[in-house]
Design a protein around this ligand. Sequence first.
Ligand code: ZN
Length: 199
Amino acid sequence: MITRHFGIPVTSPGAILRRERDLGTALGQETAEALRSGGLVSDKIIIELIEDWLRLHGGHGFVFDGFPRTLLQAESLMSMSTKLRTALDLVIWLEVSEETVRDRITGRLQCGECGFTTSSSSAQFANRPVCPYCDGRLERRNDDDLGVLQTRLQEFRTKTEPLGAFYKKVSVLHRIDGNRDRDAVFSEISRLIEDKTPK
Ligand SMILES: [Zn+2]
């Protein structure tokens, strides 16, 4: 939604890894199992992938979704942006309850072609689940099992939670309530981005 609305490229470690897997690269094969089982890919690999992506696509602004998730990732992003002579304008922290996470994980569908995500409750399908943008097949993601939820929550508490204090120091952090519907969350994010965009 951000790319369509603002023309800013958005990526996530998951999207980059799925692409590597689909291209059949060595790295893609190495990380496919972690992706499938919801396991964690090492900081080192994630940081290298993000750095490559930034070199290729980060020239005119960028948004990362789900990165950084650890202090090491956050520190690396700081040094990457110093190298690229660009400053982080905004860090958005979506606060969601465990209940919301659980509901979304069980109902999430993703297009196998373009990566568009929706939920089975908000999408109305006539006969078969197809993507409204490219007609690709909408599928339940493999790593969306409730089985991996506990691991993720644990990872979040131990590794991601400390990033709040890290980014608070550089005063770019905005916490917003992510338990609302997609449109409400998007319009609040849009306002934050608009405030940062040079007029
Ligand atoms: Zn699609």
